[in-house]
Design a protein around this ligand. Structure first.
Ligand code: BDR
Ligand code: CA
Length: 316
């Protein structure tokens, strides 16, 4: 069975990504690596431990990652993140803290060890800033050639950003790290706003989780309703909330959910367009395309998979 690592800044859609992964028998979630973004690193790890307990998977280990961008000294949560994901990242819903603690091994070393152990059977899915994987690549560059695949949530090729006209949130937190990953030669699929803003969830679906009458169902419904409500303010034209991070997991489990364009990408790291994901003109004619960009998604099939897997998990 393929092994999966999720690298999360555990907000609402990251939690749905954990749920999708745990509801997918095709992959084994061998660990969560923590990052910062929607919340501080410490809060994200607290969420990861509590959520995996609540979802009935206390065997999932959580590894602490880096707490801020590669070229910054510290990190502060943006007010807009707290508005969208809640102060605690999980829609301000209170769930019991776990008795477990994060592992002492760092996220960076865990990623390198996992590549050494599982090689091409390993898929790594970062759904926050790319700081941890960039640090792992700096420490052990040849993991780029040895890892099975990386399916990241971030960036935008054909649509505007969600931070500003250029920048998507995950890439904007650490453009330098994302650029390292994009140019590393690793087999990367970029699942960006081009496709994730097509996959939307509404109160109708969350009500199905509430009707399960389980602690997990109630939690997922209440948390996601907070997120849908925030989207009603920030993006009323969409008519639902974006399933960004779960779509990346969906593609990791079943790449046929999206159509992709083979294109070697880079991230602008200087000037007014810092944080923009764009084709790398130096490698545009290189026949060796290491990256693919998702440009189309089978929305009904993904939503069906999403609901079946998560509802199944939450009904236990
Ligand atoms: C991404 O930014 C975060 O707020 C979400 O969790 C998602 O990973 C969407 O741009
Ligand atoms: Ca995220």
């Amino acid at each position: 069975m393929r092994k999966l690592i999720l690298d999360l800044d555990t907000g609402v859609d990251d939690t749905l990504a954990i749920s999708y992964a745990l509801g997918s028998p095709e992959v084994e979630l061998i660990g969560i690596t923590g990052t910062y973004g929607n919340v501080l690193l410490e809060q994200g790890i607290r969420n990861d431990l509590a959520i995996t307990d609540l979802l009935g998977h206390p065997e999932v280990k959580v590894y602490p990652g880096l707490s801020h961008a590669s070229k910054a000294d510290s990190f502060e949560v943006l007010p807009v993140s707290a508005f969208i994901h809640g102060e605690n990242g999980i829609g301000d819903v209170a769930i019991p803290d776990s008795n477990r603690k994060a592992e002492t091994q760092s996220a960076v070393d865990f990623i390198i060890d996992a590549v050494n152990t599982y090689g091409k059977d390993l898929v790594y899915v970062p759904t926050g800033p790319m700081t941890n994987i960039a640090a792992a690549l700096a420490k052990e560059p040849d993991i780029a050639q040895r890892i099975g695949s990386i399916v990241l949530m971030g960036g935008a090729l054909t649509v505007p950003g969600n931070v500003d006209a250029w920048q998507e949130a995950n890439i904007s937190q650490d453009p330098d790290a994302a650029d390292v990953l994009f140019r590393s030669g690793a087999p990367v699929t970029m699942v960006g706003l081009d496709v994730t803003l097509q996959t939307l969830l509404t109160y109708k679906e969350t009500e199905r989780w509430r009707q399960l009458g389980t602690a997990a169902g109630n939690f997922l419904a209440d948390m996601t309703d907070f997120y849908i409500k925030a989207y009603e303010t920030t993006s009323p034209h969409l008519g639902g909330c974006g399933l960004h991070d779960p779509l990346a997991v969906g593609v990791a489990v079943d790449p046929t959910l999206v159509t992709t364009l083979p294109m070697n990408m880079k991230v602008e790291t200087e000037g007014a367009t810092r944080g923009r994901t764009i084709g790398d003109e130096q490698r545009l004619n290189d026949p060796n395309k290491t990256m693919r960009v998702a440009v189309g998604v089978d929305v009904p099939r993904f939503l069906d998979e999403f609901m079946t897997r998560i509802t199944g998990l939450a009904s236990q």
